[in-house]
Design a protein around this ligand. Sequence first.
Ligand code: AMP
Length: 398
Amino acid sequence: MAKQTIEDIKEIKGKKILVRVDFNVPLDDKLNITDDTRIRAAIPTIKYLSDKGGRVILVSHLGRPKSGPDDKLRLAPVAKQLQELIGKPIAYVKDCIGPEVEKSVAALTDGDIILFENVRFYKEEEANDPGFAKKLAALADLYVNDAFGTAHRAHASTEGVTKYLKGYAGFLMEKEIKFLGQLLNNPPKPFVAILGGAKISGKIDVVENLLPKVDTLIIGGGMAYTFFKARNVSVGNSLVELDKIPVAKEILKKAIDLSKTIMLPIDHVVADKFDANANVQTVTRGGIPDGWQGMDIGPETVKKFGHAIKKAKTIFWNGPMGVFEFDRFSNGTIGIAKLVAAATEKGAISVVGGGDSVAAIEKAGLADKFTHISTGGGASLEFVEGKVLPGIAALQDK
Ligand code: AMP
């Protein structure tokens, strides 16, 4: 069901608007922000509401505070960075409920922007405590959710507040729903899904939901070896989830039943230990010899996967093709990133689920070559699994 967006709000001017953003940015030891992508991603929504005279109240979490306020997880560095990026003063208040907060909100004039302190300093946030949600909601007239990265969690600031305020999707949320939604509803064909990463475990539901919708499922990375094991191909010391072999067998059978193609690697870059300086060779035929482990897909595999990727009109990618953190084992992932980027240039829709695949694409300098890179790792996977995300479900239907 399509959701109402901030463009559906009739009167923004003068309204106090509680905006849930995802400012969960990485910080170094000196509390410098090492990647401000998430702040940048929220700016179109913040600017739109502020430019139209809304009184913008930003609320976010940062990290996982264990019990109460933690000086290492304050949003002060975010306030500073946001101010620089948006070119407007950002008021920052060191709490998110209580008298000081109420005073600051009462002092807002049209177009002002205020950032509250880390909402997870209250354990009531993650508990989705109704009393806490009510206190947050009481500060505003309307609610906007632009925090796709936490939309899979029913917390007070993502779900609870919508019991008291009308909820709208921000531009980032709208974009995520549009592109991830398109994968599930009538994606242009051929549809190719590329899954990689360490393990099958976290991706079984994705495979289950996508297999009937795709034409080709490409499997690379560590998770491919459980499929080889399921086919009785030797995998040496490669990563294998023994307890997932039956699931892998089922998936292979289901693909045959549904007449879908599953592509597995045909050559492997293998190492004699899990180390950047290990001895390395590329094996092409048969399985992986004893004493060696698969660390990356080989060049023939990149070519083979490329045949499917080049023909695709829709591509979904989640998970690296190898241990890309070590340069020697990053060629497969970079090769696939280049192929997906080239297909996108020729008109394919490419959607990358968050997490490690995004890190790999950034490492390859290709981040601007994809149709959509999701800002939510867990949230994008749950969306593609076909689950209802509480933070989205709680927003008003169109
Ligand atoms: P995930 O979070 O499941 O997407 O897994 C990402 C991780 O998978 C990355 O840290 C990669 O280093 C790792 N990975 C990819 N291929 C392999 C492999 N062949 N063996 C071990 N780990 C791998």
